[in-house]
Design a protein around this ligand. Structure first.
Ligand code: FAD
Length: 334
């Protein structure tokens, strides 16, 4: 725990709350706010009674209008410009810097997403402040809790920076109500920064399955699946029978069984579904870092000593090539 003398100590919590000015960066894609953006609002509401949202992109104004009902948002600043559609950090960092300096915000919150992992460090550098990453709790206006060493240690850090740039672990902050609010809209500053990076194309995996990051149920496969053919043969029917998203271990991704976007863990996605059912995954700490907050963990593994059984609520020791099809058939029959 690092401590610095701060102005905070001489004020009461309530007067401090009034002094705080919190900005939540709201990510949107094709006019839809990301679920994880809502967690940035929830985190902001732990710091101050009301939070300002920030949205940019070609249809920013209409997204701002449709987001104005989110509970706890008092204002939404929007910048309508297609230059911000693809989340290029080189464009976004100066955009955020100018709007933050204009508004005098003390706390900048963003979901701990791929976009924020590229953008917020650049923003922090422009603001000459130190980023605070992947927080899971807020102790006070300057003290935050975050996992380190793949979740094996919990760090409580205190920041004396005037402006704090924070990314928020979505699973740690339940989203606010999306109705009942009445945020005002304000057009933000657009620096129209010219940037040397150009968006060329994207190759997206299309799926009708729930989004891995926010699914209620996840089925996940590991190296024990042995091949891409077996992964594709066994995991999608199980996912469909449960209405679940599909995840994978890094070993499965690195072996080419599953797409990179499905990786769960320290260097993949963090998930905390109601049910996490995994097959052929040993339970390495880097994998647990991304799923151990799941409500119910169920594991199928042929090795009774596999570390996954130490965190599993339900364990099935057996050969996944028998157990997964059997389970899928039983679920389909229900
Ligand atoms: P293995 O550890 O090889 O386990 C395979 C399991 O399948 C075994 O337990 C075996 O008993 C079981 N099995 C085999 N055959 C069968 C069968 N027929 N029936 C039932 N069970 C069977 N890993 C991640 O997952 N996500 C991350 O984000 C991540 N980030 C990392 C970051 C760093 C810096 C490092 C160093 C590592 C990271 N890893 C990550 C890798 C991690 O350490 C493990 O190597 C990885 O999670 C192992 O994947 P696995 O469990 O699928 O494979």
């Amino acid at each position: 725990r690092t401590t610095h003398p701060t102005l905070a100590l001489s004020h009461s919590q309530s007067s401090l709350t009034r002094l705080l000015s919190t900005l939540a960066i709201l990510e949107q894609k094709d006019g839809q706010l990301s679920q994880s953006s809502l967690s940035a609002v929830s985190a902001g509401l732990k710091l101050s009674d009301s939070v300002t949202g920030f949205i940019a992109g070609s249809d920013a104004k209409s997204v701002a209008e449709s987001s104005s009902k989110i509970s706890g948002l008092s204002k939404i600043i929007y910048v309508s410009n297609a230059a911000y559609d693809k989340g290029l950090p080189e464009n976004w960092a100066p955009l955020l810097q100018q709007n933050i300096e204009k508004g005098g915000y003390t706390h900048i919150l963003a979901p701990h997403s791929a976009f924020a992992k590229s953008t917020i460090p650049r923003l922090a550098a422009l603001l000459d402040t130190q980023q605070i990453s992947d927080i899971t709790a807020i102790e006070s206006e300057d003290t935050f809790v975050r996992p380190i060493y793949a979740g094996n240690a919990i760090l409580t850090c205190q920041s004396s920076d005037t402006t704090k740039c924070i990314t928020v672990r979505g699973t740690a902050f339940p989203p606010p109500e999306t109705s009942g609010g009445n945020a005002s809209l304000e057009e933000g500053v657009d620096p129209n920064a010219s940037c040397p990076t150009t968006w060329v194309s994207e190759d997206l995996q299309k799926s009708d399955r729930p989004d891995l990051g926010s699914a209620e149920k996840v089925v996940s496969g590991g190296r024990g699946l042995k091949s891409k053919e077996e992964f594709d043969r066994l995991m999608p029917p199980l996912a469909d029978a449960l209405g679940a998203a599909i995840g994978a271990s890094r070993a499965a991704v690195d072996s080419g069984f599953a797409d990179n976007s499905l990786q769960v863990g320290q260097t993949g996605k963090n998930v905390a579904p109601q049910l996490y059912l995994c097959a052929g995954i040993s339970g390495a700490i880097q994998h647990l870092a991304g799923m151990k907050d799941s409500k119910v963990i169920a594991a199928i593994n042929k090795d009774p000593e596999a570390p996954i059984f130490q965190v599993a609520d339900v364990g099935l020791v057996g050969d996944l090539f028998e157990k997964v099809p059997e389970l899928t058939e039983k679920l389909k029959a229900q």
